[in-house]
Design a protein around this ligand. Structure first.
Ligand code: ASP
Length: 339
């Protein structure tokens, strides 16, 4: 290629070729595996936990469960028992898991159980069902050896809830990372560890055998109506895995993701030949096109990888980041965005 053509190609932009600058690094003829991707920078520690299994030739399903458990064990605004409660002051958790055979399991609105991801896995492995909710999910967990934890809020969640109670405004917003949203519960550095707004943890992994799995775990939207379920535990919304094509996960306003069957859509775009990044972009565009005005005030991000270990992400707004771990990389990337 001569210099002129090279410059022309450059001005087209990588994305018009279906390549992201991040995905480009892994875009060659070899399949990049094992590899794990997860939402947000809290994904670095999550990936580390998953990597222990992947690098020892373990299975991707075990890796994604271990990754999700790692963050469920930490105090985080948006995952696990330390997460923000609903508007009644109760922490309810959602999680799902899916393997390379399209086996899947999920729990929604489960209370006082530390590792909803492992309950989701038990639903997948021990029942003919896909989703258990609320008291039934908790009862199933206890029957399967999970301990019922005391219903206490973490100090950070309690402080956020008390602040929210002052106005008690039912306005569940998802933080848009690049926009200051007052001194509310989503104000940066609210947590003692100084971390900004971590959100739902979604991760997808490919093991040495080339098999894909994914997991999602969350406390859902802060101060939601008791009983509300978002996209995170819904297969095809918060997570989808098709071992022939790729896997995708999401974070952000769950209602908008459910409306478009978001991660299923991303995987279907990859099946049509789009790169993971472009597939995510097209799904985000679907949300924005439906209601551009609403989209201006919300955040949704998709993260995906295909069977070659090429990955990509896209969000409505600036600020969605994701973590990648493979033999070549251990990094946090900024996702591209539309608005
Ligand atoms: N997607 C989650 C939900 O709607 C929220 C998040 O990503 O933080 O429950």
């Amino acid at each position: 290629m001569n210099r002129k053509n090279f410059i022309k190609l450059g001005s087209l932009g990588l994305s018009s070729l279906g390549l992201s600058s991040a995905g480009m690094r892994s875009w060659n003829n070899t399949i990049q595996k094992p590899i794990v991707l997860s939402t947000w920078d809290s994904g670095m520690a999550v990936n580390e936990a998953a990597w222990k299994i992947l690098s020892a030739n373990g299975k991707s399903i075990d890796a994604v469960e271990a990754g999700a458990m790692q963050i469920e064990d930490t105090i985080n605004c948006c995952v696990g028992l330390g997460g923000y409660p609903d508007r009644d002051g109760i922490v309810t958790l959602d999680a799902c898991i899916m393997d390379e055979h399209a086996n899947c399991g999920a729990v929604a609105g489960i209370e006082q159980i530390k590792h909803p991801i492992s309950v989701a896995r038990k639903v997948m492995e021990k029942t003919p069902h896909v989703i258990l909710v609320g008291n039934g999910a908790q009862q199933f967990a206890i029957e399967n050896g999970f301990q019922k934890e005391p219903p206490v809020l973490s100090p950070s969640a309690e402080a956020a809830y008390k602040e929210w109670l002052i106005k008690s405004e039912y306005k569940p917003v998802i933080n848009i990372e690049n926009k200051k949203q007052g001194n509310g519960p989503f104000a940066p550095a609210f947590f003692e560890d100084g971390s900004p707004n971590h959100d739902t943890m979604g991760l997808v992994a490919m093991d040495m055998a080339g098999n894909l799995s994914g997991a999602v775990t969350t406390s859902g939207m802060a101060f939601k109506v008791h009983g509300r379920v978002g996209d995170s535990p819904i297969i095809g919304a918060g997570l989808y895995v098709d071992n022939e094509v790729g896997a995708a996960t999401s974070s952000g306003v769950g209602e908008e993701v459910i409306r478009i069957c978001g991660t299923h859509l991303v995987v279907e775009f990859m099946r049509q030949g789009y790169s993971p990044e472009l597939a995510c972009k097209k799904a985000v565009e679907r949300i924005v096109k439906r209601d551009p005005k609403k989209a201006a005030d919300i955040q949704v991000g998709f993260l995906a990888m295909n069977k070659k270990g090429v990955y990509g992400a896209y969000a409505i707004q600036k600020g969605f980041v994701f973590s990648v771990k493979s033999e070549r990389e251990n990094v946090v990337h900024d996702a591209k965005f539309i608005l």
